[in-house]
Ligand binder design. Structure first.
Ligand code: NAD
Ligand code: USQ
Length: 401
């Protein structure tokens, strides 16, 4: 297939582009390097030494003979997106190109506005581009499990059938997101669903859980292909952070009681899920939702698993309970369905099998690059303000739109 990977320089996008290219698909990447600029803005770096995108692509070509096209540009710029569709003509577009950190969106007003403009305008442009250039092009959109929040009932895959005053209907599952970032995903979902209805577009919303790990078969081919591994307080996700903390003997930063339960998946399953969605497209006018995670854990469960894995490597790992900087339930019911991708053929990697190889060993290997000063949580949901950032990028980007 001809597949466009929007956000292909990022944590999920890069290994996905390589995986699809290795499988023989004709792949192009779209990215505007915003993610690298956010690192500069926050004064942080990925644990792993990632190369410039053009270099990464050159090495991929040298190693495999396969070419991935690169289109550098901003998906919120419709002229750019139009020229991309005309030049590449994708049959499927995988849309990763958004601002994805909840804490970044909660820094202050500018970052909240920036996140929602970047994410919602980018997706809206994409919907218009698909309508203009090829209505059959399948949109595979990265959503988030966080769209649902933590309701006191089972979470379904996208839709719920309810009876009300003697009548019955199937409606989108209620959304209770927990940050301005997660809200941007809800707004995206509504826009996508609406355009499937009015223009007959076909779309799959992948409500993904928290992703962990960095290695895939393709990324492992050469160090020049290495993927990001973020551990700072803004972009670092919980399991990556815990492994890095364990590797340098810092206590694990469990927020509050640690009963917050989420769906998780290995980066190797992310790339496979996305491929499964592309190979089994939604029908015309269908807005399909898959819950993309493989196992659920509480934050405290994860901390204990990392503690055990750390001890196996000879580290003594302590667990700290910090005041939760977020507004979220610290102990709650959580049971989210996730069978649709399994039915399509997903064979999950389990955390218990990969914690040492895929995470702890990476954290230990690059231990010398860890900057412990970037780990303490400073962004607070209750009191947004400027922290550790000059906030120039959101201003500049918003002003240009
Ligand atoms: P990332 O920040 O590493 O990658 C996103 C990429 O998109 C970056 O390379 C960035 O430069 C690019 N980008 C952002 N805005 C752009 C724009 N306007 N134009 C062009 N390029 C732009 O994020 P990620 O972790 O790879 O996440 C990818 C997607 O998956 C996001 O939509 C995120 O919400 C979703 N997701 C991620 C996780 C996770 O745990 N990482 C979990 C669930 C969902
Ligand atoms: N947490 C800690 N300690 C830490 C870091 C996080 O206890 O040091 C807790 C958080 O309070 C939260 C949970 O761990 O309860 C998950 O936090 P996270 O930062 O790992 O993930 P989150 O903010 O939910 O966001 C990540 C991605 C986002 C994606 C989302 C999927 O950054 O792009 O949408 O996971 S989900 O969680 O299902 O919404």
């Amino acid at each position: 297939m001809k597949i466009g990977v929007l956000g292909g320089d990022g944590y999920c996008g890069w290994p996905t582009a390589l995986y699809l290219s290795a499988k023989g698909h004709q792949v192009s990447i779209v990215d505007n390097y915003l993610r690298r600029q956010w690192d500069h803005e926050l004064g942080v770096e990925t644990l792993t030494p990632i190369r410039p995108l053009a270099k990464r692509l050159e090495v991929w070509h040298e190693l495999t003979g396969k070419q991935i096209e690169l289109h550098v540009g901003d998906v919120t710029d419709y002229d750019f997106l139009s020229s991309y569709f005309q030049a590449f003509g994708p049959e499927a577009v995988i849309h990763f190109a958004e601002q994805r950190a909840a804490p970044y969106s909660m820094i202050d007003r500018k970052h909240a506005v920036f996140t929602q403009v970047n994410n919602i305008v980018g997706t809206l442009n994409l919907l218009f581009a698909i309508r203009e250039y090829d209505r059959h092009c399948h949109l595979v959109k990265l959503g988030t499990m966080g769209e649902y929040g933590t309701p006191n009932i089972d979470i379904e895959e996208g839709y719920i059938t309810i009876e009300h005053n003697g009548r019955k209907d199937t409606v989108p599952y209620p959304k209770q997101p927990g940050s301005f970032y997660h809200l941007s995903k809800v707004h995206d979902s509504h826009n996508i669903m609406f355009t499937c209805k009015i223009w007959g577009l076909r779309a799959t919303d992948l409500n993904q859980g928290v992703v962990y790990g960095t290695m895939t078969d393709e990324v492992a081919l050469d160090e020049a292909l290495i993927n990001r591994f973020d551990y700072d307080e803004v972009f670092g996700t919980v399991l990556n952070r815990f492994c890095v903390q364990a590797a340098i003997g810092k206590p694990l930063t469990v927020y509050g009681k640690g009963g917050q339960t989420r769906g998780f998946l290995d980066i190797r399953d992310t790339v496979r899920c996305v491929e499964l969605a592309c190979l089994n497209p939604a029908n015309e006018s269908e807005f399909r939702v898959f819950n993309q995670f493989t196992e659920q854990f509480s934050v405290l469960d994860l901390a204990k698993m990392v503690q055990t894995a750390g001890r196996e490597l000879g580290f003594s790992v302590e667990i700290n309970h910090l005041p939760d900087p977020r507004v979220e339930a610290e102990a709650h019911y959580y049971n989210a369905k996730h069978s649709k991708l399994i039915e399509l053929g997903l064979k999950p990697h389990l955390l218990s099998d990969s914690l040492l190889d895929s995470l702890m060993n990476i954290a230990v290997k690059y231990r010398d690059r860890i900057d412990a000063a970037t780990m303490a949580p400073q962004v607070n949901w209750r009191s947004p303000r400027n922290v550790r950032t000059h906030a120039t990028k959101p201003d500049a980007v918003l002003a240009s739109r």
